[in-house]
Write a protein of this length. Sequence first.
Length: 430
Amino acid sequence: MTKQKILTQRFGRMHNPADIQEYMNLAGYDGLRAAVRMDKEQILDELDTAVLRGRGGAAYPAGKKWRHLFESRGDTKYIVCNADEGEPGTFKDKAIIDFDPLNLIEGMTIAGYLFDAHQGYIYIRGEYRHLHQRLEEAMNNARQMNLLGKNIMGIVGFNYDIRIVSGAGAYVCGENSALLNSIEGKTGRPRVKPPHLADVGLYLKPTLVNNVESYANIPYIVKNGGQAFLDLGTKDGGGTKLICLSGHVKNRGMYEVELGTPLHEILYSDEYGGGSSTGRPLKFIHFGGQSGPIAAVEDLKDCVYSYDGMWDKNVTIGSGAIVVMDESVSMIDYLVEVAAFFAHESCGKCTPCRIGTLRVLEMLQKFQQKAGIPGDKERFDAMLTHITQLSACGLGQSASVAIFSGMKACPEEFEDVIDTREKEVQEVMW
Ligand SMILES: Cc1cc2nc3c(=O)[nH]c(=O)nc-3n(C[C@H](O)[C@H](O)[C@H](O)COP(=O)(O)O)c2cc1C
Ligand code: SF4
């Protein structure tokens, strides 16, 4: 059965993906053309009907976010695209920018029209340097065709342009408020929320921050209607999702799947993962990047890849990363790498995250050596809980997600991490 594609429909079909004419020949700019003929309320209604959940990781409904900004007071509003793509195992935003940059630009231009915004920003990770050129070329072509700039499409007062800002490689700068600070030229550290960015955002003005994949869905929704989008997914989240398969599966890569696809199909069918690449059974999966949960493959047998379907199994879609590990991988070794990532990326603003992530790493390294002392498991549990509850931003709040869920997925690996000989020594000493 041919599967419906939204985001990858033009991939590989254009000689030059930055060329406007080629893009238009494949239905490009149909969404913007439809948007300028629609009542603005109707655009928001279509977005509500579509149930587009944010594709950056938090799955916040775009309809709600857009309506909040629409109702927010202010003459100046900003449109910001989060192209930081900092979650390890995630490589789908770069594919959109590389193979269909005008789809992103069109989505952001529809937002510019809806909110009467004059300036948009794409915050892109520094490592994607070659993609800056792709975007610049696409935007220059759009300017020449009067699809960016002043009086777009001849509509008086529709003035909107986009700038690119390059990140310097800090994971925390993908957090939306840290990202805005970074665009402003400040240190990329998260802000205290509330206020919501739709009220007080970039340069203290109401601001929309969405992920690349979220914007890239907008032209389709506006052109085809929210119901068509919803029909492709499930009632808790419409559309398709770009997934990034890596690790011990045969066919690693990026795929567009309809939400509601069985996870088993994603892992084992030849169309997607193709099963284990090593011949060994698959052991566990890490979903949505380092901040996402882990589950044992055997606990995911009838799992459906949709927002609610994943939630039923205590996992989440997050950014769309699916890192698959076979039975040769020790859970503790894996979690040491995750903990090292958070200890390295903590911005240091608040103590539970700055110090706690380091202590968690040290404790896991002790467990790795089977050198824990009595009481360490309880201390470890308390540390993880404190970091989750007391950290100021999503980085610290999610630093324990993989560790808690990883311990639950493979409890037997944590059974003998305490060196009981230590206890005897201690008793003698006391
Ligand atoms: C530490 C951290 C890193 C993040 N990195 C990214 C990122 O690289 N890309 C992204 O789109 N969202 C990232 N997010 C989520 C953003 O804060 C925000 O929720 C998202 O850009 C909103 O867009 P969406 O609603 O379209 O998903 C990150 C969040 C945190 C806490
Ligand atoms: S939780 Fe961590 S990353 Fe977030 S503000 Fe605090 S120290 Fe910085």
